[in-house]
Design a protein around this ligand. Structure first.
Ligand code: FAD
Length: 443
């Protein structure tokens, strides 16, 4: 019997889709933000889509897939950027969105099925007087399993760091042993699944760390230069007197593109910092802005449209591409000590071909002006030239123009943990093949 017939017999037709429309829709993520990936990935298709409704369903699919050597690519909401959820070698896409229940929570933690949306978790946490410590700007749609396996950080990272910084408490993982095992992992073992693109195991449940709820407000500070905006962002990020969840610096030329989200910015466009700060910390923030030669020019209620997080992180690319799909982007780590010089050098060399915006965050406790600069796409060589220049001035670059994990991401913990996890938890070698070079399987 074929894999598909056995699968249908095991799960029933309601948990399986083989029609062309579903296969096309659920074999994609947001790789189109890269013209390079779009050309290479748009025709890759799964042979079937499976919608597990329980961990037991996951185990049954994995067991059959291992038996028939069929690749499995796990999918959350498909908001990843690098073709992470694209089934390079066909097989089954495991759509986790029906496993979306919040299971339990307590002081400082929340446990959910892997397909639960982060927006839903944040809402439940807030009702209980808490909040997620970190989430991506796609939190309304993105799943917790997809964030842990595919993301890195986002809103809240200015205070709480990235996924590796204690923000994931524990997880439950289905392996591809025959029969599949279910393992509960925590501590250092989590490093084997965080940002490993689902190549090392299938997350069925995740526990995320929560922080006490803060009453937030939104503010925009405007400056006469990008340099002044960076001075302010640095001071605010280091200040112990301002509680913050978002510190996003945008050079002036980025702001008209953000108007595609909401018409907040008017000519003459100014260099701005988009903020989520705690209510009560507005005066210190305003003073810091004035010290840097700018001012807080606008405050907006929190929790109502427009939402400044919708303009930050990779949402900036989304709006820029709505204005003109020639825009693409990079992911960078600038150096907090020399970011002003680095920014100046980029602008002198590339002008408006590279538009800068920075997401201030912490990684392993260190302040990092992460940046997702917009690039005017000329050619693949043009991207390589910009990457080489950035690296030459000390900026680390994670390229979103490759689907191979190690080629796209730097990893401060190294890759050993991930390779070890691949050996332990995917002995059948069927999870998301083609993404992890160190497994000998990247294509
Ligand atoms: P998917 O895209 O479905 O999957 C991501 C990866 O995880 C894939 O490799 C998939 O195989 C794997 N995976 C999914 N579920 C599981 C599971 N249960 N078990 C094992 N593996 C699994 N990312 C950030 O980190 N921070 C940001 O601020 C951010 N902003 C973004 C803004 C925009 C506009 C866009 C398009 C993307 C952004 N991203 C960001 C990337 C992405 O949205 C997030 O990482 C998001 O959390 C991914 O969740 P998802 O459910 O969509 O995962």
């Amino acid at each position: 019997m074929s894999f598909l017939s056995e699968l249908e017999r095991e799960l029933g037709p309601a948990k399986l889709a083989v029609d062309a429309g579903s296969r096309r829709r659920l074999s994609r993520d947001f790789f189109r933000y890269s013209q390079v990936l779009d050309a290479r990935l748009k025709d890759r298709l799964a042979d079937c889509i499976v919608f597990p409704e329980s961990e037991d369903d996951v185990i049954r699919v994995v067991s059959l897939a291992a038996l028939h050597s069929v690749p499995i690519t796990v999918r959350g909401a498909g908001t990843g950027n690098y073709g992470q959820a694209v089934p390079l070698e066909g097989g089954a896409v495991l759509d986790m969105t029906r496993m979306n229940r919040i299971l339990d929570s307590g002081d400082g933690w929340m446990r959910a099925q892997a397909g639960a949306r982060l927006g839903q978790m944040e809402k439940a946490a807030v009702q209980a007087g808490q909040e997620l410590r970190i989430f991506p700007s796609t939190y309304v749609k993105a799943t917790v399993g997809g964030f842990v396996a595919g993301g890195s950080g986002g809103i809240g990272s200015i205070t709480h760091g990235q996924l590796w910084d204690g923000n994931v408490g524990s997880a439950r993982l289905v392996t591809t042993d025959e029969p599949p095992r279910v393992v509960e992992i925590s501590g250092a073992e989590l490093g084997g699944v965080i940002h490993a693109y689902g190549t090392t195991g299938i997350l069925s449940e995740v526990t995320m760390a929560l922080a006490p709820r803060v009453a937030w407000t939104q503010a925009i500070a405007a400056f006469p230069s990008l340099d002044a905006a960076l001075v302010f962002a640095d001071a605010l990020s280091r200040s112990g007197s301002v509680r913050k969840r978002l510190v996003c610096v945008c050079e002036a030329a980025v702001t008209p593109l953000l108007n595609a989200a909401s018409p907040l910015f008017e000519e003459p466009y100014r260099d701005v910092v988009l903020l989520w700060i705690a209510e009560g910390d507005e005066d210190v923030t305003r003073q810091l802005a004035r010290d840097a030669g700018g001012d807080v020019t606008r405050t907006l209620p929190y929790g109502k449209h427009p939402t400044l997080s919708d303009m930050s992180w990779n949402h900036t690319t989304l709006w820029a591409r709505k204005v003109d799909p020639t825009w693409t982007y990079l992911q960078c780590g600038f150096d907090a000590g020399t970011v002003r010089e680095q920014a100046k050098a980029v602008k002198e060399r590339f002008g408006d071909e590279v538009l800068l915006h920075f997401e201030y965050m912490r990684g392993a406790g260190t302040l990092v002006p992460a940046g997702l600069p917009l690039l005017w796409y000329r050619s693949e060589d043009g991207i390589d030239e910009i990457i080489a220049f950035l690296k030459g001035i000390g900026v680390s670059v994670s390229s979103p123009h490759t689907w191979v994990l190690e080629d796209g991401s730097g990893r401060r913990q190294g890759w050993g943990q991930v390779y070890e996890a691949k050996r332990r938890w995917d002995p059948a070698g069927i999870l998301n093949p083609g993404k992890l070079r160190g497994s000998g399987a990247a294509v």
